[in-house]
Design a protein around this ligand. Structure first.
Ligand code: SF4
Ligand code: SF4
Ligand code: FES
Length: 217
């Protein structure tokens, strides 16, 4: 156990907890995109940057072990500017097609862009990923929408237990082939993941599909 101070509040964290875990368990929200509670920390998106007393540069909270006596700040003008810049760069390589995107309304990138006041990137748009594949029965993969959070890769490596090269069906910017309606306009239907032999099913597969009329997933 370690007791640290986050935003002036004492917070107790279990052994091996990260600063992000400690903050979230205390109800302190920190923006994050690549973090997933069931996966190892990757520290790639840099959205969860926090300031730690005694350290000059902000550090990602998801990969930072919570230590006794640590003093952490999760909100400041400097952090807001850094997070905004991270999002600005992500959007420079991301088509903002939220109006027609299946993720709209349940998309962290969309939510953070809104919260940080970004309607689009201030940088020149440059799309580095253009591969589009619809040869899978369960998913469409559209790499344009990938923000390289590596969650899918970590699911394959750490939970499904298969090498990523054999787990392509769970990778990429994934949407349902039945992409005609919004999530909230459809009743939930059983998950396609019932076809997956992984036990327990990985987090990416713990979803219910939404199909018009509730049939199928
Ligand atoms: S993935 Fe999110 S941010 Fe990107 S187009 Fe879809 S809803 Fe918008
Ligand atoms: S395809 Fe994988 S790496 Fe890309 S955004 Fe989706 S989960 Fe993240
Ligand atoms: S959530 Fe910490 S770097 Fe992405």
């Amino acid at each position: 156990m370690a007791t640290l101070t986050i935003n002036g509040r004492p917070v107790t964290a279990p052994a091996a907890a990260s600063v992000l875990d400690a903050a979230l368990s205390a109800g302190i929200e920190i923006p994050r995109l690549c973090h997933h509670p069931e996966l190892s920390a990757w520290g790639g998106c840099r959205l969860c940057l926090v300031e730690v007393e005694g350290q000059r540069a902000p550090v990602p909270a998801c990969g930072l072990a919570a230590k006794e006596g640590m003093v952490v700040t999760t909100r400041s003008e400097r952090l807001t500017a850094l997070r905004r810049e991270v999002l600005d760069f992500l959007l420079s390589d991301h088509p903002l097609h939220c109006v027609i995107c299946d993720k709209a309304g349940r998309c962290d990138l969309q939510r953070y862009a809104y919260e940080f006041g970004l309607l689009d990137s201030s940088h020149e748009k440059e799309f580095s990923r253009t591969l589009y594949q619809d040869d899978n029965a369960f998913f469409i993969r559209d790499h344009q929408y990938c923000i390289s959070c590596t969650r899918c890769v970590r699911v394959c490596d750490e939970i499904v237990g298969r090498p990523r090269s054999k787990c392509r069906s769970a990778a990429s910017a994934l949407t349902s082939p039945r992409r005609s309606t919004r999530r909230w306009s459809r009743p939930p239907a059983p998950s396609a993941a019932t076809a997956c032999r992984s036990a327990p099913p990985p987090p990416c597969c713990r979803w219910s599909g939404w199909a018009r009329g509730g049939s199928g997933s």
